[in-house]
Design a protein around this ligand. Structure first.
Ligand SMILES: Cc1ncc(C[n+]2csc(CCOP(=O)(O)OP(=O)(O)O)c2C)c(N)n1
Ligand SMILES: [Mg+2]
Length: 664
């Protein structure tokens, strides 16, 4: 049997396994895997450098199934290439507790590099992987060796991925940055759920990618392995640009009655059609059948790959032994250690001699943080001068210079969000991304995926309330805090002033998952020195000021802590005794034991007030049914900050009056 034949048999075997899994589950997407099996199997068996014996091998290429609905394609390959997924796992497709969930999940199934399913998120995360690979190689001088020169990021994307705006942002950035380590495949099958793509789509994908600065390779029949090999052989030789292989495929290829039709996109073939497909492809009727020749072929390939990886490892270790500086930066980037006195150092860096915006104190503290933690690297969506996230001691990452730690994502918030997800997954940095708080809306899908994948990364959202002022309601966050709080696994921190900002950075740098820092545009006084020792930001909330036998608790966050302290001064003149709780992070507070929570917001004090310049949504949880929530449950207006605080009742006098009315 010739090699070519065995590849086709193997691709057909993948088709059968995918169709079987979907059939058994009674739901799923057989069409895309069946259409792409030839490409995917050819890639995995001949081009993808991976090591099933050590799935996290640092020299590996990455494979990202951006068209995540085709998950059985990946699962079948993981089975055939001995990643530990068994036939039983394939039989458990989409079932409770299985290793084969409906869409691929990073951290759940060995060999899945990125969680995909929201179309194009994989494509855009792959751009982050590609950036991270270039940056890692350059920062460690490994780019002077051949070791990372050929590290590739392979992506399979479909019509859906390419229609989504996410791919437009990411592809544009990748082209600009000349990320020649990306090889994407476009499964051009002209079918989506509703029918032919012509219903809603007439892009010229070739021209589109050409204009982004990608190399485009066209395959007129990507169910033909010779043609796929010709395309891939060309694609793996860099011409300095990212590569898009546009491959014409037939959705559901091999199913005599259903191929080419939209019904095969997301429904099982049906028992009869599955039988006909097996017959059509020359396979026996046995369920979940794997041809022993295919098993043998893959086994041989796995052994070869293991060999390649060990030869690579020897070279890699030799280089690190020879160049201790590189070895040390490699270790810093991969392990991301933080100095024991990190918090102390960050506090020392906090500007406390005059009133500054928390975005400004954050910017100052970040300079120190990046000096202490080389893995910290990131950027902004064209707002670094406002978000204060440029690190002065380093340069910009660009097409010509790969070692910089300042990234310019352009005005592509969602692309940035997905990119930093990819960078975090690559594992050689703690990435951050910044923009105005209001535009966190544009990043929501990426933030959700970061939380779902438990990625350690940092968002820096500045201009955090209506006090951005003159830009008006389109730029004034109202509901964004509530949105961020609603995301499981995301820690949101809204510090009150410079020293709290230092604590916030300490938490962010040592966290296990994503952290969002919410910072002001406007200046805030630093806390008086005697209050600073009260700060317990890592507990989420703490008692900042406390009168004996307090009549009420005011809980405030961020800029409203200063406002509360000023209002309290007025209340005290009327003999009202106040406890002020600073609550920079709900999430961290809710992680504390009940005893601590009750000690900060005691049951004994029934009068409770929350003050936050955002929607009051969610505050009842802390102030109770009888509490008073002071916030803004409507959109803002374009006017200077002082006018807005006057009109909306956010001067210390107005706040004090509201509280007096409330306590009666
Ligand atoms: C962001 C997003 N929107 C919608 C969906 C639902 N969805 C899943 S697959 C699909 C159609 C995708 O078409 P295509 O990429 O051409 O896949 P094919 O039908 O060729 O398998 C849609 C709309 C999704 N998964 N993600
Ligand atoms: Mg399609």
């Amino acid at each position: 049997m010739s090699k070519m034949n065995i590849s086709k048999i193997a691709a057909n075997n993948v088709r059968i396994l995918c169709a079987e899994s979907v059939q058994k589950a009674g739901s799923g997407h057989p069409g895309m895997p069946m259409g792409c099996a030839d490409y995917a199997f050819t890639l995995w068996s001949k081009y993808l450098r991976h090591n099933p014996m050590n799935p996290n091998w640092i020299g590996r290429d990455y494979f990202v199934l951006s068209a995540g609905h085709g998950s059985t394609l990946l699962y079948s390959l993981l089975h055939l290439f001995e990643y530990g997924l068994t036939i039983d796992d394939l039989k458990q497709f989409r079932q409770w507790g299985s290793l084969t969930p409906g869409h691929p999940e990073y951290g759940h199934t060995i060999g899945v590099e990125v969680t995909t399913g929201p179309l194009a998120s994989g494509f855009a995360s792959a751009v982050g992987l590609a950036i991270a690979s270039k940056n890692f190689a350059a920062r460690t001088d490994l780019d002077t060796t051949g070791l990372f020169k050929d590290q590739k990021i392979y992506v399979i994307s479909g019509d859906g991925c390419l229609m989504e705006g996410t791919s437009h942002e990411a592809a544009s950035l990748a082209g600009h940055l000349k990320l020649d380590n990306i090889i994407a495949f476009y499964d051009d099958n002209s079918i989506t759920i509703e029918g032919a793509t012509s219903l809603a789509y007439s892009d010229n994908v070739e021209k589109r990618f050409d204009s982004y600065g990608w190399r485009v390779i066209k395959v007129d029949d990507a169910n033909n392995i010779d043609k796929i090999e010709a395309a891939l052989s060309k694609a793996i030789v860099s011409d300095g640009r990212p590569t898009m292989i546009i491959g014409k495929t037939i959705i559901g290829y091999g199913s005599p009655g259903k191929q080419g039709k939209s019904c095969v996109h997301g429904e099982p073939l049906g028992i009869e059609e599955l039988a006909k497909t097996k017959q059509n492809l020359g396979f026996p009727e046995d369920s979940f059948y794997v041809n022993p020749k295919v098993t043998e072929f893959c086994k041989k390939r796995v052994a070869e790959l293991k060999n390649t990886a060990s030869v690579w490892d020897v070279e890699y270790n030799k280089f690190l032994e020879k160049v201790p500086n590189s070895a040390s930066i490699v270790s810093e980037l991969l392990h991301k250690p933080v100095p024991e006195n990190l918090l102390e150092e960050l506090i020392k860096a906090a500007p406390v001699d005059k009133a500054v915006a928390t975005r400004v104190s954050s910017g100052t503290i970040m300079q120190k943080a990046s000096e202490l933690i080389p893995a910290l690297a990131g950027g902004a969506a064209d707002l670094a001068p406002s978000t204060k996230t440029d690190v002065k001691a380093t340069s910009s990452f660009s097409a010509d210079s790969r070692e910089g730690r300042n990234f310019h994502f352009g005005i592509r918030e969602l692309g940035m969000g997905m990119c930093i997800n990819g960078m975090a997954i690559y594992g050689a940095c703690i990435p951050y991304g910044s923009t105005f708080m209001i535009f966190s809306d544009y990043m929501k899908p990426a933030i959700k995926l970061a939380a779902l994948q438990k990625l350690h990364l940092i968002y820096i959202f500045t201009h955090d309330s209506i006090f951005v002022g003159e830009d008006g309601p389109t730029h004034q966050p109202i509901e964004q805090l509530a949105m961020l709080h609603s995301l499981p696994g995301l820690t949101v921190i809204r510090p009150a002033e410079a020293v709290e900002v230092a604590h916030a950075w300490n938490v962010a740098l040592t966290a296990k998952g994503p952290v969002a820092l919410i910072l002001t545009r406007q200046n805030l006084e630093a806390m008086p020195e005697e209050l600073r020792s009260n700060i317990q930001l890592d507990k989420g909330a703490y008692i900042l000021e406390d009168d004996t036998d307090a009549d009420l608790v005011i809980i405030a966050t961020g800029s409203e802590v200063e406002l509360s302290r000023n209002a309290a001064k007025i209340l005290r003149k009327d003999g009202i005794k106040v406890r002020i709780v600073s609550m920079p992070s709900r999430e961290l507070f809710l992680e504390q034991d009940k005893e601590y929570q009750d000690s900060v917001i005691p049951k004994g004090i029934a009068k409770r007030v929350s003050i936050e310049l955002a929607t009051t949504y969610g505050w009842r949880e802390f102030v109770g049914d009888k509490g008073l929530c002071i916030g803004i449950d409507h959109f803002g207006d374009s006017a200077p900050q002082n006018m807005l605080s006057e009109k909306y009742g956010f001067t210390p006098d107005q706040i004090a009056d509201k509280i007096k009315n409330y306590i009666g």
